[in-house]
Design a protein around this ligand. Structure first.
Ligand code: FE2
Length: 378
């Protein structure tokens, strides 16, 4: 997939990222060709860039499968939206519905075990918290799966992910969507959401399975293993194991999402940030997590030691060193015949940089071809 600015989109390009609006309605589902109307809408909404499977719509390219089915994800976003609405309106939440969607996520994650985590979807402004909660649940499930959790523990972990930010119902929307830095006072208000969420969950002690663990996940998802988190600043040994998993999923999803105050970072930038601050997370869990995240998703254009190439394959455990199809030398001279190299045995330093946005478009113009043709279905 190629990340390009919305202003450069053309009709017929196939989108590789879903866009969700409020309540789980998919605004645009990945795999569908773009129409001019959608392109106009995206400009109007202010989406800066999106991943497309090809620049040249003549190529039919496979879009990597998600960890869960699109329908499961959409229904889950809708359910989280409803639960948050009910709780903020002081109505009883639908615990049966929540249990059912939790089961569906767990079933999907077990059934689709060979899929790596690919790109984060795009959320329209007011849909952020709901789509984020679902992604945190799915990413946590992925970590739980590698930690060989039982089915029952997986369900607790996933439901904990869905509800981890429930306390945000108490935070005013202006604060949640504020552009720019929060003042010290605003940050203090924001820091109350973990405990607020835990309190709300505790009220469902008789209706939610393992409510005390769900409450611990909400209370501790901003705590850090080195004690540098909030609200209590507790250290790793005091944190629930599931809260440590949810913390990793939460930070990764926030880094790779567009927010009012920041752009979406690419998976490789998010990886770098989380690796540097590894004292925040349990090292073994972080390693397992990034073993299964496509740090350079399929279709990423890279400048490597061997020349310019496109990622054609990402393997579990070797996500920093994917297989690339090298199509030009380091001086941007096209090769007569492209060469496919598996970088598995190379140092990650072989990759010098990833190329996206306007730089990518300039590059495709320089080469006067669309590198995604090397991803074409055979
Ligand atoms: Fe949070």
């Amino acid at each position: 997939m190629l990340s390009i600015p919305v202003k450069s989109l053309r009709e017929g390009m196939v989108v590789g990222q879903s866009i969700y609006s409020k309540a789980g309605a998919a605004y645009l589902v990945k795999g569908k060709p773009l129409t001019n109307q959608y392109i106009r809408q995206m400009k109007k909404i202010g989406i800066p860039s999106i991943s497309v499977s090809t620049v040249d719509p003549r190529f039919e390219v496979e879009i990597p499968e998600d960890l869960v089915q699109e329908k499961t994800r959409m229904d889950a976003i809708q359910m989280v939206h409803d639960v948050f609405n009910d709780v903020s309106g002081k109505k009883a939440m639908d615990t049966d519905g929540l249990t059912k969607i939790t089961d569906r996520i767990v079933t999907d994650v077990f059934a689709r075990r060979e899929h790596l985590v690919q790109l984060t979807d795009i959320r329209l402004h007011d849909a952020y918290t709901f789509a984020h909660s679902v992604n945190v649940a799915v990413l946590s499930a992925m970590i739980g799966k590698f930690s060989n959790l039982s089915d029952e523990d997986m369900r607790t972990l996933v439901m904990g992910g869905l509800l981890h930010d429930l306390g945000k119902v108490m935070i005013p929307a202006e604060l949640l969507n504020k552009k720019g830095r929060l003042t010290a006072q605003e940050f203090e208000a924001m820091k109350r959401h973990p405990m607020e969420g835990a309190h709300r969950i505790s009220e469902y002690e008789w209706m939610l399975p393992k409510a005390s663990i769900l409450a611990a996940i909400a209370a501790q998802h901003h705590e850090r293993v080195n004690g540098k988190g909030y609200p209590r600043g507790i250290k790793g040994e005091k944190m629930h194991r599931f809260a440590k998993m949810v913390a990793i999923a939460d930070v990764y999803d926030a880094l790779t999402s567009e927010r009012p105050y920041k752009k979406a970072y690419t998976p490789s930038v998010a990886y770098g940030i989380m690796k540097i601050s590894k004292g925040h997370f349990e090292e073994e869990l972080l390693r397992q997590f990034f073993d299964n995240v496509a740090i350079y998703p399929l279709g990423t254009i890279l400048k490597t030691f061997y020349g310019y190439g496109i990622v054609t394959k990402c393997e579990f455990g070797h996500t920093r060193t994917p297989t690339v199809c090298i199509f030009a030398d380091r001086k941007r001279k096209m090769l007569e015949k492209p060469v496919t190299i598996n970088l598995k045995d190379d140092s990650p330093k072989t990759i010098e940089k990833e190329i996206s946005g306007t730089e990518l478009l300039a590059l495709t113009r320089d080469f006067s071809f669309d590198p995604s043709k090397y991803l074409t279905k055979t």
